[in-house]
Ligand binder design. Sequence first.
Ligand code: UDX
Length: 447
Amino acid sequence: MARSTEAVGIVGLGYVGLTTAACFAARGVKTVGIDVDEEKIAGISRGKPPFVEEGLEEMLRKALKRGYLNVTSDYDALADARIYYITVGTPNTRKGSIDLSSVKSASRSIGKVLRSSEWYKLVVVKSTVTPGTTSQVVRPLLDSESHRRQDNFGLAANPEFLREGHAIEDTMHPDRLVIGASDLTSERTLVSFYRGFYRSLPKTIRTTPVNAELIKYASNSFLATKISFINEIANLCANIPGADVSVVAKGMGLDKRIAPSFLRAGLGYGGSCFPKDVQTLIKLAEQVHVNMSIATTAHKANRRQALVAIELTQKLIGDISGKKIAMLGLAFKPDSDDMREAVSLRLIRELMNKGAKVTAYDPAAVPNARRIFGDRIDYSKSVKECLNRADCCIVVTEWPEFSKLRPAHFKKLMRTPAVVDGRRVLDPQLFVKSGVRFAAVGYSGST
Ligand code: UDX
């Protein structure tokens, strides 16, 4: 249903860009998506997203069919758009600081488009960028490339908070909008666009670009810290007879001030955001001589946490050299094929170093794992195949199908039934009673 006459250009069709483009177009916003990767453009034009995301393919196909979405690598296609979003990636350099090269090249290209524009346009930075980037990096490039037509365009930082696997839901129903506009006209333009798009404007904070940029880093680092904190409590629970972190977390989460989300203990956080954003924040603070000791500890604790799975495996089966280890889960989280900074990467490397033979199963991420590990590990097409004649199984990602597994499945298929639950998806009581050798993060195992 067409509800908006606004035309929008989105530069960078990665996770955020493509989801945003599909959601805008699905609600009748004329949207042009730009990416420099021709292969990616070819796939998207055929209605094929380059990653797994619930509901995205269907939404994309509808938007393309109805003519609300056009994807191309040609910046000229942006001429009619009124709002330009920068949604390119901001990876980390090897030293842990932010690599802004894609943001810079997108800004230059948009600046050139602004040069010939007759109407007021708004440039919105949605990519996660360090404080000061919108005003001190993007603005000067837009100025110089547009031949200083400042009066003809506005600028705002507007970070996104979408989660992989829930990207559409989070885009369509955000908890809040963060609008860091450089002036009142930019703010009004963006608020008015979102008012039309959402019908009723979500909770919105209107602030400066620098605060908006910081809100993103502070939010992600806080959530990462919350996970590292509960993982630390989990490691304590594992050493206190009768203790179980899932019960402790549940009790904590009932306090409104604490809240239950992001208190799931496990093998640590991964993905394209948390590890990168925490490191960037630490690096950024270093540059202004501030010691982010809490974020630093959360980051270090997270790197160690994956190894808890190895310790538990050794506790169950002793020396793992030459043993067949069945890994259930490769993606950094369920409902995704993304393996960026996934816990599985560190675990597989560590298991191989110790001479174990790894066989892995994941409902979505096997093609990505093959690109990384080639034939150094084995891949299975099902849980059954993965468990077959294994010496120990580690649950690495909390895919729903793994929580349905019962002791009998492991007993029937494995050489020696031994299970390490790295994501707390199995019922410990059931497993302990069944005689399967069992260990889980944050579970002491004895009463
Ligand atoms: C995150 C943020 O949630 C999102 O707002 C931001 O814009 C991008 O980064 P995402 O990386 O998709 O989103 O995943 P999220 O669901 O937040 O999980 C991140 C990692 O934390 C996963 O590896 C997950 O397994 C782990 N996690 C999450 C836990 O270990 N315990 C929890 O309680 C929650």
